[in-house]
Design a protein around this ligand. Structure first.
Ligand SMILES: NC(=O)c1ccc[n+]([C@@H]2O[C@H](COP(=O)([O-])OP(=O)(O)OC[C@H]3O[C@@H](n4cnc5c(N)ncnc54)[C@H](OP(=O)(O)O)[C@@H]3O)[C@@H](O)[C@H]2O)c1
Length: 237
């Protein structure tokens, strides 16, 4: 299935929206006239999201820790009271891990995989189980070029690379399993973006990245099981 044209009047969930790319997704979707449910792990610390709600009172703020089964279940139940369907599920929450050979711990590796791979899959499963993903819905998972095998020419970064490569595999299977139901699963690479994750050392700002990624979702490009960056370029696996 290809992108579906202008994204307006849709019901959108952005996971991990209290800062960085997720916050920008929430902002741009709101500016385009969508209903947005945003998540943060701790709303009492989500000052930028609270400020965004002052400008857009319709923005719904919810708490979700993607690594916690209890949090995921409670959150998905509460989502059913807020939305009739999820047109776009943006699985954006993620953590970095830069540990190289000799420094990486098992705990760090597992935490990264739990957040970046297990989290998006289980969140998608909960939203699906709650009956909110329907014919026409899109699940967009934020991955990284660091998860590409063919792009890996520098080694290292074991946990982050492995977690995103596994997310890519997960998303490919979702795209196949959900296609019959008219649900699209797609991978998005935001580019190297100036956020807390990159200690603001990226090449582009979050606004440019997210505007490009939303344009990909709105484009006529085939989306099911594909992997695009913010410039609409397909990333080699
Ligand atoms: N920035 C880049 O250049 C770049 C490049 C490629 C891919 N990406 C991907 O793009 C996504 C967003 O990155 P970013 O640069 O915006 O990162 P960021 O500024 O570090 O923000 C990460 C977001 O994920 C949330 N998060 C982390 N662990 C979570 C958990 N267990 N449960 C729920 N939320 C959690 C954070 O919430 P807290 O504030 O509570 O921690 C925060 O909202 C990530 O998946 C990242 O891997 C980024």
């Amino acid at each position: 299935m290809a992108g579906k044209g202008s994204i307006a009047d849709k019901q959108i969930v952005v996971v991990g929206a209290n800062r960085g790319i997720g916050l920008e997704f929430a902002r741009q979707f709101l500016e385009k006239g969508n209903k947005v449910v945003a998540t943060a792990r701790d709303l009492s610390k989500a000052s930028q999201l609270t400020k965004l709600k002052e400008q857009h009172p319709g923005l719904e703020l919810t708490e979700l820790d993607v690594t916690s089964p209890e949090s995921r279940q409670e959150w998905a139940q509460s989502l059913r009271k807020k939305l009739k369907a999820v047109d776009y599920l943006i699985n954006n929450a993620g953590v970095a891990s830069w540990g190289g050979l000799g420094q990486l711990t098992e705990d760090e590796l597992l935490h990264c995989i739990r957040t970046n791979t297990v989290g998006p899959l289980m969140v998608t499963q909960e939203v699906l189980g709650a009956g909110l993903l329907k014919n026409g819905s899109v699940v967009a998972n934020l991955t990284s070029k660091m998860g590409s095998m063919s792009d890996n020419t520098s080694g290292g970064t074991y946990a982050y690379r492995a977690s995103k490569a596994a997310l890519n595999a997960v998303t490919k299977s979702l795209s196949i399993d959900l296609e019959d139901r008219g649900i699209t699963a797609v991978l998005l690479h935001p580019g190297w973006v100036k956020t807390d994750m990159t200690r603001h050392s990226g090449l582009i700002d979050a606004h440019t990245s997210v505007a490009g990624l939303i344009a990909v979702l709105e484009s006529s490009k085939p989306l099911v099981g594909r992997w695009y960056d913010y410039k609409h370029e397909e990333i080699p696996w």
